[in-house]
Design a protein around this ligand. Structure first.
Ligand SMILES: Cc1cc2nc3c(=O)[nH]c(=O)nc-3n(C[C@H](O)[C@H](O)[C@H](O)COP(=O)(O)OP(=O)(O)OC[C@H]3O[C@@H](n4cnc5c(N)ncnc54)[C@H](O)[C@@H]3O)c2cc1C
Length: 477
């Protein structure tokens, strides 16, 4: 059966409130933040779990690809329906309930992460996973990508907060993995298999998430250093000191330089003549603990820092965060094309990675700004290039390949939080042996025998360079 005929059948079964054929709506669902557009046959907005089951059963009958969608902030093309078919939009499923006594959140997949965080904080709880896209992205997308964030080294990533998931197998049967219990050892853990599977193994329609008590106090510090190596040495010293900061963000001089060139003035009392490398540190916990740890921080960093500034008010905290929040957009001063690779390396390999990115910049003439989560070694290595210049594009493509080879050679990971989607498929076989990939494909085949759910993602090599990028302004730009 063709996708067209299957869509006609679905329209008859569920009506045009669910099955949306409008071209504008389909186009808006045809790409994510990677901006690789593939037009779906239909955009589906199910009203109920019954609708989801019906959609999946009919997709299996007609062999129609189904791509689940939250907010579409994925940076890898994971939410692009690149084989066409249907986009299953769950962003409107946004009911949230917090059990204040148990410290648990019951969330539908479309709950926006920042809304969950705010509601938890209002009740004196905290939901720590905080991807930078938290004002837009959804809990369903976070779970499907195992999203991380700035507080991951201390508190963990999304996976560490998921107690139970419910939803549908690709074949359309309803399932529930885990329970709203803090311990569960009954049978295979398919919950964790769904987490990070990028919508290829199941459709999440509900989640039970663990909350932690909201910390009583926070202290924020901004530190400048002469270069990247001094900043990274200080960050390793902080980790080794067991201070366990909630946030330990690193910015290299290229990232800071372009933020200064945007007109931003670094908030240090002492003049910093050149763009320094930077660490942003946040300590949290009880008031006494935070004060005691704050006192230890400068001694741990030692003489390595050029300046250290501590915030004394919410307004000052915002000021200290500003350079970190602004640097990603400021990079577009360097070129209009940006590749953002969220790689991970162990502390022992950080300096070598940094040397490599600087050498790559010298050799290719392309800027390679790096910032990221220093405590867990999850760095965002960027390659900036001019989109309209074929020579730049060819260099950028090669540069990313070299970065991935280097990361794997250093014993690192090609992705720490964004996942594979389409963009990282060319490097998947660098990370995994054929036996490992075969085992993953066997799981996919067992759960999705007709290969309907987000087909082609993760495993099939895809070259982003062969596709036009959609030029639209997105809410988070
Ligand atoms: C400015 C910006 C900053 C970012 N910062 C971070 C960061 O700090 N850390 C980080 O980890 N990521 C970050 N990201 C990436 C992105 O925000 C995350 O991957 C996020 O988890 C995606 O959520 P979403 O709702 O947008 O999902 P979508 O983009 O809609 O979908 C992502 C994937 O999840 C699947 N999916 C979505 N909902 C479901 C569901 N209900 N059931 C099954 N599968 C589903 C989709 O099929 C797709 O494969 C950033 C992105 C942007 C644009």
């Amino acid at each position: 059966m063709s996708a067209y005929a299957a869509t006609e059948d679905l329209l008859r079964a569920l009506g045009d409130e669910v099955v949306r054929l409008d071209e504008k709506e389909r186009f808006a669902a045809s790409f994510d933040n990677a901006r690789l557009s593939f037009m779906p046959e239909a955009l589906l907005r199910p009203r109920s779990e019954d609708d989801v089951g019906t959609i999946l059963r009919m997709a299996n009958l007609g062999r129609v690809p189904v791509t689940v969608r939250g907010a579409g902030t994925a940076t890898t093309g994971a939410a692009s329906p690149h084989k066409g078919g249907w986009v299953l939009d769950l962003s409107g499923w946004n009911r949230l309930h917090i059990d204040d006594e148990a410290g648990l959140a019951y969330a539908q997949p479309g709950v926006v992460t920042a809304d969950l965080c705010a509601e938890a904080e209002r009740l004196g709880w905290s939901y720590p996973p905080d991807p930078s896209s938290h004002k837009f992205c959804t809990i369903g997308g976070n779970i499907a990508c195992n999203a991380g964030g700035m507080r991951a080294a201390k508190y963990g990533v999304t996976r560490d907060f998921v107690l139970a998931l419910e939803g549908f197998l690709p074949t359309g049967e309803w399932v529930r993995w885990g329970a709203d219990l803090r311990k569960y050892a009954a049978g295979y853990n398919l919950r964790d298999l769904w987490i990070g599977s990028e919508g290829t193994l199941g459709v999440i329609t509900g989640a039970v998430l663990k909350l932690v008590p909201k910390p009583e106090a926070r202290a924020t510090f901004l530190m400048s250093f002469a270069d990247e190596y001094a900043a990274l040495a200080a960050s390793r010293a902080i980790v080794a000191s067991r201070l366990n900061p909630a946030v330990l963000e690193f910015l290299d001089r290229q990232s800071v330089r372009c933020t200064i060139d945007e007109g931003f003035v670094l908030p240090f009392d002492t003049e910093t003549v050149c763009a320094p490398a930077i660490l942003l540190v946040e300590l949290d916990g009880s008031l006494d603990r935070v004060e005691a740890d704050s006192g230890r921080l400068s001694a741990i960093v030692g003489d390595g820092a050029l300046s250290i500034r501590r915030s004394r008010s919410d307004a000052e905290t915002e000021l200290l965060w500003a350079v970190r929040r602004r640097c990603s957009k400021a990079m577009f001063r360097l070129a209009d094309g940006k590749l953002n690779e969220d790689i991970v390396v162990a502390p022992r390999a950080q300096d070598e990675l940094m040397r490599f990115t600087q050498e790559l910049k010298e050799r290719t003439g392309l800027a390679t700004p790096v910032f990221g989560h220093a405590a867990d070694g999850n760095f965002h290595v960027h390659v900036m290039y001019r989109r309209g210049v074929p020579e730049d594009c060819a260099k950028a493509e090669r540069a990313v390949g070299e970065i991935m080879e280097k990361v794997v050679e250093l014993g690192g990971a090609i992705s720490g939080e964004h996942g594979i989607g389409l963009a990282k498929t060319p490097f998947f076989a660098l990370q995994h042996s054929q036996a490992e990939i075969k085992a993953m494909l066997a799981v996919k085949k067992a759960l999705d025998p007709n290969n309907v759910l987000n087909p082609g993602k993760i495993f099939e090599p895809f070259r982003i360079w062969e596709h036009e990028i959609v030029r639209v302004k997105l809410p988070w730009d």
